[in-house]
Design a protein around this ligand. Structure first.
Ligand code: NAD
Length: 283
């Protein structure tokens, strides 16, 4: 039976570490704060925003809440971001996606100061990651690295295959595995003979967005399999991009859905908020 990689426990460990650090900073008179901006009231976004604020509270991070109406214009949102960029009381800025269609998401994300971009989406931070400079890293792939390392698996020298090449998961995932000295292959929807590639993987990270697509036939015996996907199935139950029942007996370790990668994203956001204080040279 494969070892279950426990994202719940590991994410709590990380949040506890952040909490201890924020307490130390508070003693020195330094506050950590995160501005959370939501435009409109998409129910899924409201749940994510609520969870992020709850995590802030747990970690001793002050959350500055901006709940803006659906009718907010691009110019108004840009102005708020510029104000927050200049506001020394705010050291992280998060804009909950998706934004209403009338607002250009890319323009908004690019306006966030790279020093406050705790989601790690700004081109400056993406570039920094690719050349190994300090900066913010996208939370979900950063969480995957923590899951692998804290579960006792080494990445160095391993055949690592990433399925998916999105800007927020697949691409930064590949850069991070490379930074850890893995031998990295990125696959995507145009990859020929996907199985032939994934069967080589000692570490297989799956971020496709297709429920249960990856079954045992894609997995090398003894691989570590990380499932980034999140879906609701016909019975309203959560499942991933990996067919857990089929793949699990062939893995040495695997993340469950829920309770694997999911909780790590917010924990890494909290870690990035802490990091923002350092990047802004406040400590
Ligand atoms: P995306 O749709 O932006 O990208 C999917 C990628 O998969 C693309 O690069 C595409 O080329 C590739 N792909 C699609 N079909 C394929 C196929 N048949 N064979 C090989 N590759 C294929 O998705 P994303 O934003 O990267 O998210 C991926 C999954 O991860 C989704 O299920 C999403 O819900 C989940 N996700 C979870 C978290 C979390 O916190 N756990 C965070 C972000 C995304």
């Amino acid at each position: 039976m494969a070892k279950l990689i426990d994202g719940k426990t590991i994410s709590t460990q990380i949040k506890d570490e952040v909490k201890a650090e924020t307490e130390k900073l508070k003693e020195k008179g330094i506050k950590v704060s995160l501005a959370v901006i939501q435009v409109g009231n998409d129910p899924a976004s409201s749940v994510y925003v609520r969870n992020k604020k709850k995590a802030c509270e747990y970690c001793g991070i002050e959350s500055l809440s901006y709940e803006l109406p659906e009718s907010t214009t691009e110019e108004e949102l840009l102005k708020l971001i510029r104000d927050l960029n200049d506001n020394p009381e705010c050291n992280g800025i998060l804009v909950q996606l998706p934004l209403p269609k009338s607002i250009n998401e890319e323009k908004i994300l690019d306006e966030i100061s790279p020093l406050k971009d705790v989601d790690g989406f700004h081109p400056v931070n993406v570039g920094a990651l690719s050349i190994g400079k300090p900066g913010f890293v996208s939370c979900t792939p950063a969480g995957v690295i923590e899951l692998i390392k804290r579960s006792g698996y080494s990445i160095e020298g391993k055949e690592c295959v990433v399925i998916g090449r999105s800007n927020i998961v697949g691409k930064p995932m590949a850069m991070l595995l490379l930074r850890e000295n893995g031998t990295v292959t990125v696959t995507h929807s145009r990859t020929k003979d996907l199985k032939e590639v994934t069967k080589r993987a000692d570490i297989l990270v799956v971020a496709i967005g297709k429920p249960k697509m990856i079954d045992a036939s894609y997995v090398k015996e003894g691989a570590v399999v990380i499932d980034v996907g999140i879906h609701r199935n016909e019975d309203n139950k959560l499942c991933g991009d990996v067919d857990f029942e089929s793949a699990e007996p062939h893995c040495s370790a695997i993340t469950p859905v829920p309770g694997g990668v999911g909780p790590m994203t917010i924990a890494m956001l909290m870690k990035n908020c802490l990091e923002s204080v350092k990047l802004q040279n406040r400590v």
